[in-house]
Design a binder for this molecule. Structure first.
Ligand SMILES: *[C@@H]1O[C@H](CO)[C@@H](O)[C@H](O)[C@H]1NC(C)=O
Ligand SMILES: *[C@@H]1O[C@H](CO)[C@@H](O)[C@H](O)[C@H]1NC(C)=O
Ligand SMILES: *[C@@H]1O[C@H](CO)[C@@H](O)[C@H](O)[C@H]1NC(C)=O
Length: 313
């Protein structure tokens, strides 16, 4: 079993410096336009993606080196896997890049500098203890993301039960293309169509393997029973998405698996809707205005302190 992180690529580019003003209010965080793309899909079967086809896909970067996938929820918030932060939980060392087809843009690509956003804070699931469950984290960006044809947020749902039998969902990322094959230059985003595999079937498959793991509601399995269609190292934190009536919804976060693309070893994803309320809570609590240091407000801030500290745990 391998956790699917790993710094694969090195780059010497500097992350985007924090510019612009923070947004005052962040109500209605999960409503509003999301999950839409203007770039039409192309023939299924190709592996390289097309710019703008997955406009919510981000590259989570440690010292500007691609480390994990991520997805854009709104202008300030990004969803990823908790295990991506094994190497560092210092926000300053992280940035997220959007709107680029490659995880390693050319040094001369000025647009790529503007498409890179510094991280302000990292929120790991408080229940994440370094193992395979509760593998979810949220990232608050220092500045607001500028939307474009190539940068759009993904939708979330409180329940993704309606996608349980879908065979046409997609996982995307810049991870390895096989267990022993890192993504080659020019590091183009990869896409693969996968089927959602229900929990009873997934448990059955994993029970027969040398490694026994209990798959439960916090996890979603997806892949192809024949193997060959899967996420791999470096894809961690990236989105598993399904569409409905022209809109795209995130169902899972790339989390773990046994090898990559092996027969009867589907990829295991964090069940996003299982954490829907936690996601909402981080956004609303963090969006609260900071109190001024006048006396009644100082008391208020003291009352707030334990909860804010708890969130950082
Ligand atoms: C999925 O398939 C199961 C078993 O065939 C069925 O009971 C269930 O209603 C289906 N779910 C949806 C959303 O179609
Ligand atoms: C789970 O999937 C398997 C294989 O696709 C199917 O035979 C079974 O009926 C499904 N079970 C449920 C509860 O949907
Ligand atoms: C994911 O969580 C949602 C919400 O709790 C639940 O409805 C759904 O059945 C779960 N998915 C799986 C595959 O367990």
């Amino acid at each position: 079993m391998g956790a699917r992180a790993g710094a694969l690529l090195l780059a010497l580019l500097l992350a985007r410096a924090p510019l612009g003003k923070p947004e005052p209010q962040e109500a209605n965080l999960l409503s509003g336009p999301c999950g839409q793309r203007t770039i039409p899909p192309r023939v299924v079967g190709g592996e390289d993606s097309v710019l703008g086809r997955w406009p919510w896909q981000g590259s989570l970067r440690l010292w500007d080196s691609h480390t994990c996938g991520a997805s854009l929820l709104n202008r300030r918030w990004v969803l990823t896997a908790a295990h991506c932060f094994e190497q560092s939980t210092d926000p300053f060392s992280w940035s997220v890049q959007f709107g680029e087809l490659t995880s390693m843009p050319s040094f001369w690509n000025l647009q790529a500098y503007y498409n890179r956003y510094q991280v302000e804070r990292i929120y790991l699931s408080p229940k994440f203890v370094g193992s395979v469950s509760y593998d979810i984290a949220m990232v608050k960006l220092s500045t607001s993301v500028v939307y474009s044809n190539h940068i759009q947020p993904i939708c979330l749902l409180a329940s993704t039960l309606e996608f349980e039998n879908r065979t046409d969902c997609w996982v995307t990322g810049w991870g390895a293309i096989a267990e022993d094959k890192p993504l080659p230059s020019p590091y183009t985003l990869q896409e693969v169509q996968v089927a959602i595999i229900n929990t009873s079937m997934c448990n059955h498959l994993y029970k027969r393997s040398d490694f026994h793991m209990n798959i439960w509601g916090d996890m979603v399995c997806a892949g192809d029973p024949q193997g060959g269609k899967d996420a791999c190292f470096g894809d961690s934190g990236g989105p598993l998405v399904c569409d409905k009536a022209g809109r795209w919804y995130q169902v899972g976060i790339v989390s773990w698996g046994i090898g990559c693309g092996r027969p009867n070893r589907p990829g295991v994803y964090t069940n996003v809707s299982q954490h829907f309320r936690w996601i909402q809570k981080q956004m609303t609590q963090s969006g609260m205005p900071r109190p001024d240091p006048s006396l009644p407000l100082l008391l208020l801030s003291l009352l707030w302190a334990p909860r804010l500290l708890q969130l950082e745990a």
